[in-house]
Design a protein around this ligand. Sequence first.
Ligand SMILES: [Fe+2]
Ligand SMILES: [Fe+2]
Length: 225
Amino acid sequence: MVPLNAMSDDKPHSAGSVSHGDTSERVGMEVIRERGLEPEDLREKLIDAIGAEFTTYYYYTNLRMHLAGHEDYKEITEDARLEDRAHFELVAPRVYELGGALPNDIRDFADRASCPDAEVPTPMDDEGGFDTHNLDAEGVLEVLLEAERCAIRTWSEVCDMTQGKDPRTYDMASRILQEEIEHEAWFVELLSMERDGEINPAGHFIRGEPGDAPLSTNRRFNDSA
Ligand SMILES: [Fe+2]
Ligand SMILES: [Fe+2]
């Protein structure tokens, strides 16, 4: 009687397309490819997407600064700002797991962001500040709202790409998407009242801590976010 090979019969996943001990390839990428998604395409899409999270974190700093006189708006913008940083932090390691890297030059990173720059909607003046004569909360809230909408479109696309193919990226994108949808609702509520005098509830009160990121934070990266 020929003895059965216990390794191959009982442990069907003990070997696959990547050779034993080979560190030049990753099973974590090959399983995605086997399911019909090119992991290289996905990771480049993720770099673009977190480029937008990172730049939006920066731009929201300026937008929040220019909501003077609206402490409630500032507080909500701060939640959205810190949560964008959390989104960047959540997905950045995934880029490396997929064999990629963040650009060495931050300018390259900003340029490939998948959403437009969320600039304060007024020019800078000659003294290095902003010309605030025609700047109001309505204008700032419109920029914030459209930035959230771009984020929703971006993470929805990542969910579509990864559903049924890459559960790890799908889980991250889905958690970020849920927070982006919340952010849109916050700014719909604020802009509706500020611009149109309309009550358009978001169903939101306040995060427990600024930038709580209830769905997208795996672990705290410092005390402020
Ligand atoms: Fe975000
Ligand atoms: Fe957001």
